[in-house]
Design a protein around this ligand. Structure first.
Ligand SMILES: [Fe+2]
Ligand SMILES: [Fe+2]
Length: 355
């Protein structure tokens, strides 16, 4: 069986959770859940130890459990399962990347074949999952689903299913969950994470290592700084170099290279990339290192992470005139954190491919 979670569902060692598993297997939507695991387009998923296949498999199961406990209508169960499958396909990295929900949403039509109101519902839920709860109504309005209440329920359940798997980061705070059904599943989510990793070991696979580089306070601090700068009209390169200069408490780079990011459709290098690249060279030079090889190494890793250094490829959804400014801010934040960890952690996050 390809799916570790499907394998688990066929086993009898669920300990105190056996009654929940039995109910799930008797649920009239259980065949739909099994089909979801079998037909999951794994090649579309973001490859990462944190937001990759393992996370998605667990979120599908947790979403199904939330749906069952809340007695969600059958059509909405199908939509929720699809949302769980592909909600992270638009990720560019494992950092905050709060624009990835919107990127994922724009891939859904192609991946799922959904159309019309069903597509609008799932797109809204997926876009909302990486944004603040306070933005949910506005996001849903933007997709004009026929039934906004139904759509909101879908968005809330996706967020809860996704949130429950924060156990993998030892960062689940039940008070952030939106539904009482999800709160009751918190201990099961912890058990599921361990059981999933045990299953991987039985298959001779190493469970993904917990990241040692995620610092929530640092992320929050840089996010606020970037959002203020970008919304205040500061140029992208200056924002990137300014933030990095503050983080390292060093001198700012002497000369910033000219760039054309932010112009209409631009095939020029992205301003965030240019600022970071420039900072890395200067930072290494200030410490009497070899700026040329550091810059080359940085470029290699940057391209591995983001697949391009051009503005038009890195814009959230390709390039859309109606992209709000915060989408760019999200990417800039990502690049700053990527650069910070490149310079401080060196190899620890080098090759993060995997489950
Ligand atoms: Fe996500
Ligand atoms: Fe997720």
């Amino acid at each position: 069986m390809d799916s570790p979670v499907l394998e688990l569902l066929h086993r009898e060692d669920w300990g105190p959770w056996m009654p929940v598993r039995d109910r799930l297997r008797k649920w009239h939507m259980y065949p739909e859940l099994e089909r979801t695991f079998r037909e999951l387009k794994r090649e579309e998923l973001f490859r990462s130890p944190i937001h990759g296949e393992g996370h998605i498999e667990r979120v599908i199961l947790l979403g199904a459990l939330c749906a069952m406990e809340r007695d969600l209508p059958d059509d909405d169960v199908r939509l929720l399962l699809l949302a769980c499958c592909y909600h992270d396909t638009g990720r560019l990295s494992d950092w905050l990347d709060d624009a990835h929900g919107r990127r994922s949403a724009f891939k859904l039509e192609r991946i799922t074949g959904l159309a019309g109101d069903d597509l609008a519902m799932v797109m809204a839920a997926v876009e909302a999952h990486s944004r603040r709860d306070a933005d949910m109504d506005e996001i849903i309005n933007g997709y004009t689903p026929r039934d906004q209440k139904r759509c909101k329920e879908l968005a809330r359940l996706l967020k809860d299913a996704d949130g429950l798997d924060r156990v993998r980061l030892s960062d689940l705070d039940e008070s952030y969950l939106r539904t009482p059904e999800a709160v009751k599943l918190a201990d099961l989510a912890r058990w599921l994470f361990d059981a999933y990793n045990t299953e991987l070991k039985k298959r001779g696979q190493e469970p993904p290592k917990k990241p040692d580089y995620y610092d929530r306070d640092l992320v929050t601090r840089v996010r606020n700084r970037v959002h203020d700068a970008i919304l205040g009209g500061q140029a992208i390169m200056e924002t990137v170099t300014g933030c990095l200069t503050e983080l390292f408490g060093c001198q700012p780079p002497e000369a910033l290279i000219a760039h054309s990011c932010g112009a209409a459709w631009s095939t020029e290098p992205c301003g965030a990339w240019e600022g970071a690249h420039c900072f890395v060279r200067d930072y290494v030079l200030q410490r009497n290192g070899d700026p040329k090889s550091a810059a080359e190494d940085f470029r290699r890793r940057f391209l591995k992470q983001y697949r391009s250094d051009r503005c038009c490829d890195l814009r959230t959804c390709g390039f859309r005139e109606d992209d709000p400014v915060w989408l760019c801010a999200s990417f800039i934040l990502d690049v700053i954190l990527f650069t910070y960890y490149f310079l401080t952690r060196d190899v620890s996050f080098d090759d993060t491919d995997g489950a």
